[in-house]
Design a protein around this ligand. Structure first.
Ligand code: GLU
Length: 464
């Protein structure tokens, strides 16, 4: 990373610069996070399954060895590993982008006059409409062809990518058109059913759809597009608002339910993040409010998703608590690389100390259940256990020791342990509890491989 270098090194990334000065990145330990991403990348690289799409030569030419992952956080921190500078076509990954732009331009209601928002339960290129004779959703071909009659495009994509690489493969466009019988069939079917807005030419919309599929990005530029979606429509590199919050929210919802072909339900279940894949082997993955990721590896599985891409997504959420329904407060078996706010910490310290001072076991239990570190120290390096011991609150001391396994050997700024405070203020009951507990503490052996915090929380969960 270059955020400690002079201004010109930032290359105009205003957002990164501001956050660097504030020391407030969404992922504070970015280097170690990036290292873990590299490890996942290497593990996933061993996957040799899948078959590169070969219905057109422009896709068939890619080596199955190609494998790249780029990520860009909502505050512009970036990391890339593997083949991340090589252009490839967006193919179906363009669908959420075109949908987002059309909602941004025309609003949800106008767009959804023409296209639904339900998963189709059918293959992405089925000749099928819903019971109102609309395409099921914007992530299947019929929906995307229809939306192609609604919008203007390229400028938006460049803005989403922070002006980084967005190209066009004319050869792919020609091939898509030549081999696009199914898409022509969908077009004519929708024309027959009067799906298109008045004045729109079906053939022009189809032509535009083929062009959209042929737009090229790299993992690097694609990850910025994904990050713009993760960041509510503001490009993290330029700070420019490209899409409305409404457009982004709609898009993420539909990516979540319909973005991964016939694997969409399983993806929502196992990974729990909005994503969109394409036949080029690309997966555009969004971790809302954290980062955007572009994975690319051409070999596809049976339903058309990149084999390595899917594995990467699964590995990512097995290590980090990014699944939409991962519990952020009590689930200690996964890591949370997100920033913990300083203000949150101060509030926690205050709550702990006040509860310990006033003998409020219920308040302490609430803190413990919220995964607050019960050994937090105040300005004088005093813990809740010091305060409770000094005040002679035996029930609080028992709770902090027996249930929370608080550390009895923390010294405050005067070198005193909690038991010293109990002695000084003549609380004999508390002295006894703490002495016994100090013995226990010394004998207790840590389980191998478990963090102290995990060990404490497991014990705590077992006791409530
Ligand atoms: N050009 C392909 C089609 O419309 C896109 C396929 C895809 O990436 O899903 O059939």
């Amino acid at each position: 990373m270059c955020y400690c270098l002079p201004f010109r090194c930032f290359g105009g990334n205003v957002v990164l610069l501001i956050q660097a000065f504030r020391k407030k990145f969404i992922i504070p330990e970015f280097d170690s996070f990036a290292q873990k991403i590299d490890e996942i990348y290497k593990t996933v690289q061993k996957q040799r399954d899948g078959k590169v799409a070969d219905y057109i030569p422009q896709l068939a030419k890619f080596s199955p060895e190609l494998w790249g992952v780029s990520l860009c956080t909502v505050d512009g921190q970036r990391h890339s590993v593997g083949d991340t500078k090589q252009p490839f076509c967006l193919q179906s990954c363009v669908k959420p982008l075109q949908y987002a732009i059309s909602v941004h331009e025309s609003g949800t209601e106008d767009v959804h006059n023409f296209v639904g928002m339900e998963p189709s339960g059918l293959k992405f290129n089925m000749l099928s409409l819903d019971e109102e004779d609309k395409p099921h959703n914007p992530m299947v071909n019929a929906g995307a062809i229809l939306i192609s009659s609604l919008i203007k495009f390229m400028e938006f994509l460049k803005k989403m990518a922070g002006q980084e690489y967005v190209g066009f493969s004319n050869a792919t466009f020609q091939s898509e058109k030549e081999t696009g019988d199914r898409n022509f069939a969908i077009g004519y079917y929708m024309k027959e059913k009067k799906c298109f807005p008045s004045g729109a030419e079906m053939i022009d919309a189809l032509d535009f759809y083929f062009q959209l599929c042929s737009i090229e990005v790299t993992c690097e530029s694609g990850s910025i597009m994904a990050a713009t979606l993760a960041n509510g429509g503001i490009c993290p590199i330029t700070g420019e608002r490209v899409l409305s919050a409404e457009a982004v929210r709609n898009t993420l919802s539909l990516m979540h339910s319909c973005g991964m072909y016939d694997f969409s339900g399983q993806m929502a279940f196992h990974v729990g993040l909005p994503a969109k894949s394409g036949v080029s082997g690309a997966i555009l993955l969004v971790i809302p409010n954290v980062m955007g990721v572009m994975c690319w590896s051409p070999p596809l599985d049976r339903v058309g998703n990149s084999v390595r891409g899917i594995h990467f997504c699964q590995e990512l959420v097995s290590q980090f608590n990014f699944h939409n329904y991962d519990n952020l407060r009590h689930f200690v078996k996964k890591q949370d690389p997100r920033r913990q706010d300083r203000d949150d910490r101060n509030q926690s310290v205050f709550n702990l100390m006040f509860a310990a001072y006033s003998g409020d076991v219920s308040a302490l239990r609430r803190s413990a259940l919220s995964s607050v570190d019960m050994d937090l120290k105040d300005y004088d390096s005093r813990t809740a256990l010091h305060i409770a011991a000094a005040e002679g609150h035996t029930d609080v001391v028992k709770f902090l020791t027996e249930t929370c396994k608080a550390n009895p050997f923390v010294q405050d700024r005067w070198g005193n342990l909690p038991v010293d405070d109990a002695i000084q203020f003549g609380h004999e009951d508390v002295v006894k509890v703490l002495r016994d507990y100090q013995q226990d503490w010394k004998q207790r052996k840590k389980q191998p491989g478990e963090t102290e915090h995990a060990q404490k929380l497991d014990t705590f969960e077992g006791m409530v």
